[in-house]
Design a protein. Structure first.
Lengths: 167, 501, 501, 167
C-alpha cells in the first residue's frame, strides 16, 4: 500500500505492507524494519531496532494529526476532503472572501457594502472563548457583500465579507 | 448541608463534584445548552439545565441560578472560580435567600473587589502596598502631580479591574493623559465603573501569592506561597510551590502579612493574598485578594496535603479549622501547567472543535484536573481552559523532570493546545534556573518554536500514520475490532518479534 | 548509570520505566511473546523480546536476562517484585557480570530468604521473634516436645517458604505429625528445600510492616508503617498507612527495631521489615524481611512524599541518603486496593480475556498504578494483578470515602475483577472501625455479596444497554462517528434538555 | 425498537425510540423520560428526572456487560451468539463433557481412559495466572476420552475429558 502525505508543502511517499506484524516501511527511499501492533483506534505501537514508540493518530478532514513523544504533526492526505483543507488554509491569504479565523460570535461589523478598504482595515470583530479578535482586510478594495451581523454565530468555512480587490 | 449546587462548568465543577462525593454531600450542577454532554454533567449526581449557551443567559444569570437551587433543594452554592465567584451581589442574594454561599461574606467580597478601598484597608494595618494614589485623581493635573511625585514609570489601573483589563504602563509624562483616558473608557465598558488610579510600576517583579484559610471563629492560617509569575496575555500558565526564591524567613514574614491582610478585610473561607516581590527578592507589596478558590490551588494541596475544596465546605458549614499554623508544612515541590485550547503559534488564539484523540499522562506524583474527554466538542462560548496538569516530586528538579515527562505523555489531537509550548517553558534553562519573573514569556520564549522535529521523529510519525490508515482501509473504516486472543497470535508474535535478535 | 534494564512486566515495570524517565536515565524492558502489546512495552524506551510466554522461559530465565542486558547496553537491572527480585543467585550473577543489581547484595538476599537463619540473626540483636524453634526438628519426638513446650496452637512453617505455601496451623498434638509431613512435602516440591520448623501461633494478629531505606554508607531510616492485614489466599489486597492502631510511641519503637533488623542483615537499598502485632496491639514480633520494592509501596510514598523507586536507584548508584530520620513525617492517610483479575463470587478464581471497556477513576488524591488498557487481552501466564488504586486524604475517614468513590468510578468490563468486593470491604463497618486483623475476610466478608442491586439501578443499566445497542444497529455496527458540532445540535439539545423544567 | 434481555434467568423487555435525545424508555411496563447522549463507544449519559448517570456498556458474546455507580450487570441478549453462552454456562453442570473453568495450561491429568470416577474425583489440574485449579468430576461414570496432556494450553470451550455417565 502506498500513501502520499504533505507536510509544510513537501510531499512524503510512504510504502508499507501492513498485513503482517513485522513489516518493511519505506519513506522516500529510506527503509525501516517495523514490528508494530494496533493498540486501539488511533494508537499504534512501533518497535524499531529495539526502540519502543507509542504513537497517537487521528483523522481530520483532509489529513491526519499525529502525536508522539510530545511532538505534534499534521499531515495532509490526498483524500477527497482536500478541497476544504485548501480553502480553510487560504482564508487569510486569498483576497476577496473573508472567513472567521475560528468559530465564534460576531460582536461587531465595522464595514458596510460599498466601503473602500485597504490592507489592515478592521472588518469584523469575532468573539470566541472570552477573546475578541479583529478580522482585518488582507487586500485593498471595495466591500461587495456583508453576510453577517452582530450576534450571528459563524464557522470557519462561510464567507463573512466579500471584497472586490482593487486592480 | 443537605445539598450543594455547583454553579460552574469544566474542570473546577468536576473538582467540586468529587469533593462533595468524597464528603458524602449530595451535589448538583447547572449546565447551559452547550454543555449537555460536558464532563461536569456526566460526573454529577444531578444536573439542571440553566439556559442557552451564552454565559450571560446561563452561568451568569443569578435568577436562574437561584431557581435551580430551589428546584434541586440545595441549601448551599459553590461558585468555583470565574463566573459568579467574586460577584458580591450574587453572594448577597444567596445570603438574603438563606442559601450558604461557599466563600467569603458579601461584605468582604465587596471590599476586596474595590482596589482603592483595599489599599486603604491595608495601609491602615501597615501591610506594604505599592506606592501610589489612594483615590482617583481630581483632574488631569492631579494625576500628573502624583505621577511626578512617585516617578516614572507608572501604572494606570482600574479600581474595579481584573485580568489586566484597563491596565496601562506609562514610561514618560507625555503618555499619561492618553493612558488615563483609555483606561477609564475600557474600565467603564468592562466593569461599569470608570474609576482609575496610578501606582508606581514595579519592574521585573515576581508574582507571589499566599493561600489562606479563615474560619468563622476568628482562626486564620496560611498554607505557604505559590509563585505564578509566568503569564501570557496577563493570564497565568505555570505555577509552583514553593517559590524558587522565597526563603524561610521571607516566607514567614509574607505569610504573617497575608493573615493580617485577610483579617483586615474580615475575610473568611479560602482565599489568596497576592503580592509582588521585587527583582531583588527583598521587598514585597500587597496587590489584591483573590476571593475564591484559585485555578492553581492544587499545587498547594500537593505540598501541604490539605484538601482546599473540602476545607471551603467545612468552613462554610461553620466548623472550626482542624489545624493550626504549626501543624502545616510544605513537603517536596509541586508545579502546575494550565492546558488551554489555544494556538501558541498564532498569538494564543483560542481553538475549538472536536477532541479526536485524548491521552492523559499517568504515574506517581501526577495529578490531572480535567474537564474534557475524547470525542467531546470544545464549545466556543467559554474560557478555553481544558485541564490542569499538576506534578509533585521530592524537589524542584525532580518536579521539572516529571512535568516534562507528563507533558510529553499527554496527547490532545483535533484542536490546538499549548502542550508543546508548555514543554518548552519547563525545558528552558531560564525556568530551570528559577528566573521566573513576570517578563518570562517575552524574555525567554519570543523565538519559540526554536527547533523543529528531527527527521527521525517525523519518519516515525509518518510510519504510524501509514500503518493506521492501512488498518482502517483494510477493515473498511475505523471499526473497533475484537483484539485477537494470545492463542490466536502467539505464532505471529513469535515470528514478528523474535526474528532479528 | 548508563541504562537500566527492567526485568518485570505489568504495573511495576511501568512504574519503574516512569521513574527512570523522570530521572533522565534511559531504560529498557524485557517482554515475553505473550506481552508484545502489554503496557510496559508500550511505555518503554526500549523493549527486548526475551522468550516464549511461560515465565520460566522468559522473565525467570537468568541467562536470557543477562543476554538482554548486554544487547541493550544496560549496566543496571531493576527486578521489580516477584520473578527474580529476591533470587540471590540472580543477584550474585549480576554482581559477577559487573551489572548493578538495584536491590540488596546477594549475601543479604540469601540471609533474609532463610527464615531460620533470619530468626537467629534477629535473636542475637534482641529483636523480638515469635517463640518457636531455631532449627528443624531432629525427629518427630523433638517436634512434639518443642510444640508442647510453647503450647498449642502452633504453626508449622517451611524455612524457605513464602506466600503461605507449606504453612499449617496445628491446634492439637494429634494433628502435628501429618502437618509436618505435608508441609515438608509441599516445601520440598515448591522451594527445593523441605526444612520445616514450628512457631507459636499468634492469634488474630495484625500485619504491620516498616519500610526502610539503607544506603551503602551505613545510613538507614524507616519510612513508618503500613498495615496490610487484610488478605485472601494469603495475599494482601488492602493496605494502608498509618495503621489505625499504631500510636506514636509504638511506631517509634517498631521503627527503631526495623532499622536494627535491617542493619543486622547488612541490608541495603529499599526493603520492608514485617512484624506481627498481637491482638492487644502491645507485643510485636519480627516476621521476615521483604527484600524488594513492595506491591504496596505507594501508600508510603503518598504519606511521606518520598519516591521509593527513585531512592532505590540513587542508593544503587552509590549515593548517600538525602534525608535523616528527623526529616521524615507522615502526612494524612493513604489506602491501597489491589485490583486483580479474579472472581470473588467463585473462590477468587483468576480471570483472563479481553478488557472490553476500561475507565480509570480521576481526581485529587487518587493515584492509579496501572498495567492495563482498554482492548488489551489479559494473558493467562502471569499473576492476575491488573493495577493498584491508591488514595490519599487528610485523615482515615476521608481516605475511606475517597477510596469508595474511586472504586465506584472505576470500570473494567470483559473480565471478572474484585472491584465490587473491594468496595464492600472499604464500605464495611468493621473496616471503618479499623478492625483489620488478618482474619478480616473470613470474619466480615463470608456472606458477601450481601445485597443485590436495587430495581432502579438495574433499570438504569437496562436503559443504557438498550440505547447503546440501538445506536449500534442504526449505524450498522460500533462505528466511531464524528460527534455533531454544537452548531448542529444546539436546537435539539434545547428541545431535549429544556422540556420539563 | 424493542430489546429482550435476560438476567438471572428472568426476561426484561425494553422498548425505546433512540432517535431523539429525549426519549421514552419502557421496561416491562414502567416508563422513563430519558434525556440521553452517547459520550463515546460504550459510554452513555442519562439524565432522568434531573439525576445524571454515566453508564458503561460493552458487548460480549451472547450479551452485554453494563457498569454504573460501582455495580456490574451482565445481561443476555437474544442474539445468534446465545448458543455459545449457554454452552459455556453448562460446562460445570452437564454431565459428560469436562471443560476448563478458565483458559490456562494443563499441569496434570489424573485419570486415564477407562477409569471409573465418582462425583468429586479429581480429573485434571489446570494452571492459570499462578493459581492451580483441580477440575473434579460432576458425575459418576467411566472416562470415555482424554483429549489433553500435561503441558497443553486449553480454552474454556473445548472438551478436556469426556465421561460416560453411569445409569
Amino acid at each position: 500500500m502506498e500513501f502520499e502525505f504533505t507536510t509544510d508543502g513537501e510531499k512524503r511517499r510512504v510504502k508499507t505492507d501492513a498485513r503482517s506484524p513485522r513489516t518493511e516501511v519505506t519513506i522516500d527511499g529510506t527503509s525501516y524494519d517495523v514490528d508494530w501492533a494496533r493498540v486501539r483506534d488511533g494508537v499504534i505501537s512501533l518497535v524499531i531496532d529495539g526502540r519502543s514508540h507509542t504513537v497517537q493518530v487521528a483523522r481530520r478532514d483532509g489529513g491526519v494529526d499525529v502525536q508522539l513523544e510530545g511532538r505534534q504533526f499534521s499531515f495532509g492526505t490526498g483524500s477527497r476532503d482536500d478541497d476544504s483543507a485548501v480553502a480553510a488554509g487560504a482564508s487569510a491569504g486569498a483576497g476577496g472572501t473573508i472567513k472567521a479565523p475560528m468559530p465564534g460570535n460576531v460582536v461587531k461589523v465595522m464595514v458596510a457594502e460599498g466601503d473602500e478598504v485597504t490592507v489592515g482595515t478592521s472588518l469584523v470583530v469575532v468573539e470566541a472563548m472570552k477573546m475578541e479578535n479583529e478580522v482585518k482586510s488582507p487586500v485593498d478594495g471595495v466591500v461587495k457583500k456583508v453576510n453577517v451581523a452582530a450576534g450571528d454565530s459563524v464557522g470557519t468555512t462561510e464567507a463573512m465579507i466579500e471584497i472586490e480587490p482593487a486592480e | 448541608m443537605k445539598k450543594i449546587l455547583i454553579v460552574n462548568r469544566g474542570e473546577i465543577a468536576v473538582r467540586v463534584v468529587r469533593a462533595c462525593r468524597d464528603m458524602g454531600i449530595p451535589s448538583a450542577v447547572v449546565y447551559s445548552d452547550a454543555d449537555r454532554a460536558s464532563l461536569h454533567v456526566l460526573e454529577a449526581d444531578e444536573a439542571v439545565r440553566i439556559g442557552p449557551a451564552p454565559a450571560l443567559e446561563s452561568y451568569l444569570n443569578i435568577d436562574a441560578v437561584i431557581a435551580a437551587a430551589r428546584e434541586v433543594g440545595a441549601d448551599a452554592i459553590h461558585p468555583g472560580y470565574g463566573f459568579l465567584a467574586e460577584n458580591w451581589r450574587f453572594a448577597k442574594r444567596c445570603e438574603d435567600e438563606g442559601l450558604t454561599f461557599i466563600g467569603p461574606t458579601s461584605d468582604a467580597l465587596q471590599l476586596v473587589a474595590d482596589k482603592i478601598r483595599s489599599r486603604e484597608t491595608m495601609l491602615a494595618q501597615n501591610v506594604p502596598i505599592i506606592p501610589g494614589m489612594m483615590s482617583s485623581g481630581k483632574d488631569m493635573k492631579d494625576y500628573r502631580e502624583k505621577a511626578a511625585e512617585m516617578g516614572y514609570p507608572v501604572l494606570v489601573k482600574a479600581s474595579a479591574g481584573g485580568g489586566g483589563k484597563g491596565m496601562q504602563i506609562v514610561r514618560e509624562e507625555e503618555g499619561l493623559e492618553a493612558a488615563i483616558e483609555t483606561s477609564s473608557r475600557v474600565a467603564g465598558s468592562a466593569f461599569g465603573d470608570d474609576t482609575v488610579y496610578i501606582e508606581k510600576l514595579i519592574e521585573r517583579p515576581r508574582h507571589i501569592e499566599f493561600q489562606i484559610l479563615a474560619d468563622m471563629h476568628g482562626n486564620c492560617v496560611h498554607l505557604f506561597e505559590r509563585e505564578c509569575s509566568i503569564q501570557r496575555r496577563h493570564q497565568k500558565i505555570v505555577e509552583e510551590s514553593p517559590s524558587p526564591v522565597v526563603g524561610s524567613e521571607l516566607r514567614a514574614k509574607m505569610g504573617a502579612t497575608a493573615i493580617l491582610a485577610a483579617k483586615a478585610c474580615g475575610y473568611t473561607n479560602a482565599g489568596t493574598v497576592e503580592f509582588l516581590l521585587d527583582e531583588d527578592g527583598t521587598s514585597f507589596y500587597f496587590l489584591e485578594v483573590n476571593a475564591r478558590i484559585q485555578v492553581e490551588h492544587p499545587v498547594t494541596e500537593m505540598v501541604t496535603g490539605v484538601d482546599l475544596v473540602r476545607q471551603q465546605i467545612l468552613i462554610a458549614r461553620g466548623e472550626k479549622l482542624e489545624f493550626t499554623q504549626g501543624d502545616l508544612s510544605q513537603t517536596g515541590h509541586a508545579i502546575e501547567c494550565r492546558i488551554y485550547a489555544e494556538d501558541p503559534k498564532n498569538n494564543f488564539l483560542p481553538s475549538s472543535g472536536r477532541i479526536s484523540l485524548f491521552r492523559e499522562p499517568q504515574g506517581p506524583g501526577i495529578r490531572h484536573d480535567c474537564g474534557i474527554y475524547e470525542g467531546w466538542e470544545v464549545p466556543v462560548h467559554y474560557d478555553p481552559i481544558l485541564s490542569k496538569l499538576i506534578v509533585h516530586a521530592e524537589d524542584r528538579d525532580a518536579a521539572r523532570a516529571r512535568m516534562k515527562r507528563a507533558l510529553g505523555d499527554m496527547s490532545i489531537l483535533g484542536i490546538a493546545t499549548c502542550l508543546e509550548y508548555l514543554w518548552s517553558i519547563i525545558d528552558s534553562e531560564a525556568y530551570a534556573a528559577g528566573e521566573t519573573q513576570t517578563d518570562f514569556i517575552e524574555k525567554h520564549m519570543s523565538d519559540w518554536p526554536t527547533s523543529t522535529a528531527s527527521d527521525e521523529t517525523e519518519h516515525l510519525a509518518l510510519i504510524a500514520a501509514a500503518l493506521s490508515l492501512s488498518t482502517e482501509s483494510s477493515t473498511g473504516g475505523a471499526v473497533r475490532e475484537k483484539a485477537p486472543s494470545p492463542w490466536d497470535t502467539l505464532g505471529s508474535w513469535r515470528i514478528g518479534a523474535g526474528g532479528g535478535r
